[in-house]
Design a protein around this ligand. Structure first.
Ligand SMILES: *Cc1c(COP(=O)(O)O)cnc(C)c1O
Length: 355
């Protein structure tokens, strides 16, 4: 166990605090005195421009409080109420947003692509799965597929390659569907791939990206990035109606400057990914531990014996065990220390040995 004052957990990257770079710009924005409200301030303009510069395109940018709102409102902007959104069974929009996408779209249905393919077991959607769902029915009694939603990095800690995103986009285009990307851990995906952020978004065919900041060191806030600006026409009104328009928006937007300046966002994501690799290396050969697949982003997924899970919880470690029957998600953050990883790994080895 690490000492209590610096206790780190492996439950989620949103357990971590604010990174110094984001905090710096938060304080700068506060020191800047009065500024226009509701996003008409200089900080929001600068952060939006910085995102346009990052993506090397004239995209439309909106800041909202959290990922559920970003996804729900983005999907609502892409759908009519009679449309459907294709996603995986493990998609955050399907399992962890309390029906937000359906609610904000006035009833658009999520169509889950059930599959036992190797890609599906690693949390990925495939072009074939999209094709199967779209071509299954064409009649008026079935909701009309309109959007494909993929999560990058996925909910199972894997990362779509540039080619995989392109192939899904090509299939979507063939069926006249839009492509949405839930990028709650977009930074971790880009860090893993080593590509330019545009390569797995608009250059690959993504229409709207929900770019996560919270899990990578922001205090609060995600950016909804519209590469297809047609889709964002009325978005400001949606954001306001949903209670997501921050009156002091500069405190959501200014910290993004700290993330984007000098590629801080990538440095933090690379670190979190490296900590997941360190944890993986330390526990992969421990008897009783069964890692589901090598980590690509910032989480290790592993089966642990029940007694080991209980013993780790009793020692004060927090982590999720939401994958059926002992599959645990061990998540690293931008500030996870090598010492915390080593201490956690040592405890895992110790409790497994006690079996
Ligand atoms: C964390 C997360 C979100 C956003 O969740 P909020 O708690 O609403 O900010 C969205 N998608 C994925 C895949 C996530 O892990």
């Amino acid at each position: 166990m690490p000492n209590a004052a610096h206790h780190q957990h492996f439950a989620s990257d949103n357990y971590a605090g604010i990174c110094p770079e984001a905090l710096h710009w938060l304080l700068q924005a506060n020191a800047g005195g009065h500024q226009p409200a509701y996003g008409d301030d200089d900080w929001t303009q600068r952060a939006s421009d910085a995102l346009r510069e990052l993506f090397q395109t004239d995209c439309d940018v909106y800041f909202v409080f959290n990922g559920t709102a970003a996804n729900s409102l983005a999907l609502a902007a892409m759908c009519q109420s009679y449309h459907a959104v294709i996603c995986t069974p493990v998609a955050h929009v399907e399992t962890d947003e309390c029906g937000g996408p359906e609610f904000f779209s006035n009833g658009s249905k999520l169509l889950v692509a059930e599959s036992t393919s190797p890609a599906a077991r690693r949390g990925k959607l495939t072009p074939e799965a999209v094709d199967t769902l779209v071509t299954k029915r064409h009649d008026i009694h079935y909701p009309k597929p309109k959007v494909v939603s993929i999560t990058q990095a996925t909910e199972l800690g894997t990362v779509y390659t540039v080619e995989e995103v392109r192939a899904i986009a090509a299939m979507a285009k063939r069926h006249h569907l839009r492509l949405h990307m839930d990028g709650a851990r977009f930074a971790n995906a880009v860090a893993h791939l080593g590509c330019h952020p545009s390569d797995i978004t608009w250059r690959a065919g993504v229409d709207v990206l929900c770019f996560g900041g919270t899990k990578n060191g922001l205090p609060v806030g995600e950016a909804v990035v519209f590469f297809d600006r047609e889709l964002s026409q009325d978005f400001a009104w949606r954001v306001k109606q949903a209670g997501q328009l921050a009156s002091k928006m500069r405190f959501i937007s200014a910290p993004w400057l700290g993330m984007l300046e000098g590629d801080t966002w990538l440095r933090h994501a690379r670190h979190a990914n490296a900590m997941a690799q360190r944890l993986y290396a330390a526990i992969r050969d421990v008897a009783g531990v069964q890692v589901l697949h090598p980590p690509e982003a910032n989480a290790v997924f592993a089966q642990l014996p029940r007694h080991a899970i209980d013993a780790l919880h009793a020692k004060g470690w927090r982590f999720y065990e939401f994958i059926a029957d002992g599959g645990c998600r061990l998540m690293c953050a931008w500030d996870t220390t090598p010492e915390a990883v080593d201490a956690f790994a040592a405890d895992i080895a110790a409790v497994c040995a006690q079996g």
